[in-house]
Design a protein around this ligand. Sequence first.
Ligand code: 15L
Length: 282
Amino acid sequence: MMNTPTETRVASAPVFHRLLLTGAAGALGRVLRPRLRSYCQTLRVSDLAELGAAFAGEELVRADLQDPVAMLGLLDGVDAVVHLGGVSVEQPFHVVLPANIVGVFNLYEAARLKNVRRIVFASSNHVTGCYRQGETITPAARPRPDGYYGVSKAFGEDLASLYFDRYGIETVSLRLGNSAAEPADRRGFSIWLSHDDLERLVVASLSAENVGCLTVYGTSDNSPSWWDNSAVRDIGYRPQDTAEAFRAKIEATPASADPQDPAVLYQGGRFLNIGPFPFPFP
Ligand code: 15L
């Protein structure tokens, strides 16, 4: 069942002619789909998976990121893209490769050929998941991916850099923390991103002028923060929520019994416990 549009529209944001939302059937796609409608005349929603019925002001396009011809059609007539498509968790490399490496390449090539000027790329905190929890890093710190998914998001950020320097396509890469209705666990004290703040961050990334090629972390107003994220203020993002509001509830749940568990030592959390996968591929 689809949500109805939210009333939290950022008044200063421009109204786009046509926005494209990829990965619209995924967890965050379902959150952003009703919220983005009020920022555009037409919201083109896309996924490989079933999208349900079109709402007023929507165009539904089932498209595979791996299909270059489909991607050219998908990007046609679009002002800006919010790219959530692809795999969103750690997977074996042969699963990540087509969705997140080939797929993001097809997206940028289609954007170049269709003259799309702005992409908001859902990157991930897993680009730097091998930093220790408690360590504070900036988006300029060396990428330390915690798996193939993190590597694929680092690749997407590098591709964004190439397409800005060579072709002037602007990208805001959002290294999203954990965006959910509530923080899931103690790691959430530092990386939780509320759904309302997700909307604010995406809208700021679509609307700010002259973003060039920018990488920022995506969190609410959390403490302790692991990320020195001052650049995000420059695009006008002001988080309104904080994981602090859930502290008592989370601290009432048992902490990990093993202090050496990589899931509690590293910023990437439980992704550090996934893999290696069978090789050669099955
Ligand atoms: C991500 O990048 C995933 O897309 C999301 O499902 C969460 O696992 C999140 O990271 C996280 O780190 O908790």
